[in-house]
Design a protein around this ligand. Structure first.
Ligand code: ZN
Length: 152
């Protein structure tokens, strides 16, 4: 955060509190350069994400829809783990260069995570959403997972 007095890029936060009914955070800062104090407001922007479906239609991104999808695919993973996975995906979506995201990309993000945490769920999901196109591919993946696990 740049100091409005001297332009120095560095400050200590002296105090943070909610402002504008919780939609913003007011911070009292002290410039590390000139020691003058100033106030900043950080506002949370509501980003309207859109999902581009395979047939080209667009719909609003709904976290609970993705949540249900994750729940169905990986009921083996504890709720905490699923919640974390959703948070990560949502973060990745918000960092996506566009506010419109192809549904295959969201599926890919989910699959990448499933691959690590729940191979069975991954295989099931990938069969439906297209990562696995034939039996050969499926066999190759199963071998890969078997080989990757040292404890069985
Ligand atoms: Zn300053």
């Amino acid at each position: 955060m740049q100091c409005p007095y001297c332009g120095f890029n560095g400050s200590n936060v002296l105090e943070s509190r909610d402002a504008r009914d919780g939609r913003a955070t007011r911070r009292r800062r002290e410039c590390l350069g000139c020691k003058k104090r100033f106030t900043t407001y950080e506002e949370v922007k509501v980003v309207e994400l859109k999902v581009i479906k395979k047939d080209g239609r667009k719909e609003d991104f709904q976290r609970d829809k993705l949540e249900r999808c994750v729940e169905k695919a990986c009921w083996r993973i504890e709720e905490d783990g699923r919640e974390r996975m959703l948070d990560e995906i949502e973060m990745e979506l918000l960092n996506w260069p566009s506010v419109e995201i192809p549904s295959q990309e969201i599926a890919r993000m989910l699959m990448m995570r499933l691959k690590k945490s729940d191979p069975v769920a991954y295989i099931r999901f990938a069969t439906v959403y297209g990562d696995i196109k034939d039996l050969k591919e499926l066999e190759r993946l199963i071998k890969l997972f078997k080989g990757g696990k040292k404890d069985d």
